[in-house]
Every structure is written in structure tokens, then in C-alpha cells.
Design a protein around this ligand. Structure first.
Ligand code: UDP
Length: 263
């Protein structure tokens, strides 16, 4: 199915949503995103959440499998200043940017209040454990159900699934970067459906690197100026080729016949 051919839904999960270059994104702020995730946990079953940034959208244009995964996620939050800008060209002022690196601690804060069990999967060996320990220290009462690097490759699925099944988390953060983390969740969440009460899996990119303290995040000022991408590029120049996706995104949005209103 071509995602470009899909209708532009106005509400999903009670939140307004739009399509940017065919990819569905819910117009939620941090509070609404956390509230929806709470509802998902309480409603039982397994649910997938994605933090959609311009790199995701460019990827989805040439990767039909990834596009399908993003179509079937229950909630796609707007991540990245580019997404906010592209929405504005459609005449839509999205509430705010909701990045994985911000969503993770917010959900840990709520998890410590509601008794959620939280699992950290991904990043380099030892980083998930450090991220989990820092969150548990910061949010007293947070129950860390488990933490491990695991592997984004299907070969590693059985080992990770066995550990996660035993841990019975309510929240599963997966940090393998896109699209691997989204594929990991789409492949494995259904396998966890029998054994869980209510489980939300979220791909969180480089967030473990930040909350573990092994990477420094851009200052709030740079984030507010929409320059976090520039900060990451300066710190990691090898991201240059990846970040060309931003240029492709801008060109695609500017030449997209569906985005006609400019404000
Ligand atoms: N990662 C991993 N295994 C891999 C590739 C990446 O665990 O095979 C981790 C990496 O260590 C990092 C995260 O995935 O913690 C992705 O970070 P990236 O900066 O690529 O994601 P972004 O924040 O840009 O989405």
C-alpha cells in the first residue's frame, strides 16, 4: 500500500493528527503523549509508539516496510523542528516537539508515581544499565524491570524476549536508532502479547546515551532555537551524511503539492 494514497485522518486516539509527506503524526504535547501512553498501558495488550523526525520521514519514502510500521504504530509523536516547520506549511501549528530524549524521563517520572515496571533495551553494552540506574536515582520509586544492550538483529530476539517476558514491563524503551528499533518493536511486540498485562514499546534513539551521561545533550537554548541537529553535527561530524536527510526533507516538503498553505 502506498502511504501517499492514504487519507489524512483528523483524529486518532483522541488526538488530532496530520500527514507529513505521507507519514501520520499525532498533534500531541508532552502531557497528552504521556496521558495517551498511560491509557494504553491501562487498557492492556501491546502498543507501539514512535518519535517521528525528518530522518524517519525521508526513510519511509524509500522504505515501504518502514512506512508500513509507522502506519501501524498507535502513536507517532512529533520529534524535530523540521516536523513542526513542515506542519506549519500545511497551516497547522503543532503543540510542541516531543522528542524521545524528553519523553523517556517524563515517562519515568510518571512510572515512579503509578508503579510501572520499566525496561531499557539497546545502546552500547553497559549504557542501558547506567541509564536505568540514573532514572531510578532521579525518580525514586521507579521500578526498573531490566536493562540490557541486546541486539537489533533478529538473531538476538529470542534472548531479549526471554528476559523481557520474565521482567513483565509496562514500558519498554528500545534504543537502536531508526529504523532498527521500530522494526525490533514491530517484530517482537506481538510475540509479547500473550505474556503481558499492558505494554507500551517506544523507540527512543540516542536517549540512553544522554540519560546515562555518556553523551552531552544540546543546551536548552539551542534546543529552543531548533538547533539541536547542528549541535549533534558539530559533536559527531560523521553524522554529516545521515543529516543530509534534513536537506532532502526540506526539498521534499517545499516541492510537495499537498502542502499548499504557507503561514
Ligand atoms: N545502537 C545500538 N546498536 C546498533 C546501532 C545503534 O545499540 O546496532 C544504539 C546507539 O548506541 C545509540 C542508539 O542506538 O545509543 C541510536 O542513536 P542515534 O544517534 O543513531 O539515534 P537518533 O537519536 O539519531 O535517533
Amino acid at each position: 500500500m502506498m502511504i501517499d494514497a492514504l487519507p489524512n485522518p483528523t483524529t486518532l486516539n483522541g488526538a488530532d493528527c496530520i500527514r507529513i509527506l505521507g507519514v501520520r503524526i499525532e498533534d500531541v504535547d508532552m502531557q497528552a503523549a504521556c496521558d495517551l501512553i498511560k491509557v494504553m498501558i491501562e487498557s492492556g495488550g501491546v502498543h507501539q509508539v514512535a518519535t517521528v523526525n525528518p530522518e524517519f520521514i525521508i526513510r519511509a519514502r524509500r522504505d515501504a516496510t518502514f512506512a508500513r510500521v509507522l502506519e501501524h504504530t498507535e502513536l507517532n509523536v512529533p520529534d524535530g523542528v523540521g516536523v513542526i516547520w513542515a506542519a506549519r506549511r500545511q497551516g497547522r501549528l503543532l503543540h510542541e516537539r516531543v522528542s524521545g530524549a524528553d519523553l523517556l524521563p517524563q515517562l519515568c517520572a510518571r512510572g515512579s508515581q503509578y508503579g510501572w515496571r520499566v525496561f531499557f533495551l539497546g545502546a552500547k553494552p553497559g549504557v542501558a544499565e547506567r541509564a536505568a540506574a540514573n532514572m531510578a536515582f532521579q525518580y525514586q520509586g521507579l521500578v526498573v524491570a531490566g536493562a540490557r544492550a541486546g541486539s537489533p538483529h533478529p538473531d538476538g530476539d529470542a534472548d531479549s524476549l526471554a528476559v523481557i517476558e520474565r521482567a513483565k514491563p509496562h514500558l519498554l524503551f528500545v534504543a537502536y536508532g531508526a529504523p532498527e528499533q521500530e522494526h525490533w518493536l514491530a517484530r517482537n511486540l506481538p510475540r509479547l502479547a500473550q505474556s503481558q498485562n499492558g505494554l507500551v514499546g517506544i523507540g527512543v534513539g540516542g536517549s540512553f546515551d544522554y540519560v546515562s551521561g555518556i553523551q552531552k545533550r544540546a543546551s536548552l537554548r539551542m534546543q529552543r532555537l531548533g538547533l539541536e541537529w547542528l549541535y549533534r553535527l558539530m559533536r559527531e561530524p560523521r553524522r554529516f551524511w545521515r543529516q543530509l536527510a534534513l536537506v532532502r526533507f526540506v526539498i521534499a516538503v517545499l516541492t510537495d503539492s499537498r502542502a499548499t498553505i504557507s503561514i
